[in-house]
Design a protein. Structure first.
Length: 191
């Protein structure tokens, strides 16, 4: 009897409801057998039966037999290929563009052209770095404000190039600082 209780049989890959029914039947049969023993033995046998049912439930879950919240078995994971991703992207783009007005649809087709997207991505990763644009804007604001104050005080006239030139100067400074930051982080992480 004790040997029967100690050796749980591994449930086969069934649905979670079937596993629960089998586990419930086993629990009832084990508790019925436990009633034949005296009081101390009965409590130990019932506790042992509960542990076995829990172990079987864990085993069933590991085997994939445990259902998700909907009562259905979990779907097997599948690999998604690059071609499938591209097909889904194209399908989604056509569906979304069909809901746009004609001018918006034309604009969407232009900006989502693979050549334009790659050029935009390359620009965003090199020229239009956020830190460089921020540094250029700050520099342009500070320099133009200073030049305007000085020109107003001394009676000079500004040509209009000050804003563009100071932005370009700040942008270059931002690029340099961004590159130095990346180099410093790489050195620090390699140590």
């Amino acid at each position: 009897m004790a040997e029967q209780l100690a050796q749980p049989k591994a449930p086969e890959s069934k649905g979670s409801q079937e596993i629960a029914e089998v586990a419930g039947e086993r629990l009832k049969s084990i508790e019925n057998k436990a009633e034949k023993f005296d009081e101390g033995s009965q409590e130990r046998a019932a506790e042992h039966a509960r542990k076995q049912v829990e172990l079987e439930a864990v085993f069933a879950k590991e085997q994939g037999g445990e259902a998700q919240s909907g009562g259905e078995p979990a779907p097997a994971p599948t690999m998604v290929t690059k071609k499938q991703k591209q097909q889904e992207y194209d399908k989604t783009m056509k569906e979304m563009q069909s809901q746009l007005s004609k001018p918006s649809r034309t604009f969407s087709k232009v900006i989502h052209n693979p050549t334009v997207e790659k050029a935009s991505e390359a620009t965003g990763n090199t020229i239009a770095r956020p830190n460089a644009i921020l540094a250029g804007s700050m520099c342009a604001f500070i320099v133009v404000l200073g030049l305007y104050a000085a020109a107003s005080y001394f009676g000079f006239r500004l040509s209009g190039f000050e804003l563009i030139g100071s932005f370009a100067l700040g942008w270059l400074l931002g690029i340099v600082l961004d590159v130095l930051r990346v180099i410093f982080i790489r050195r620090r992480s390699s140590l």
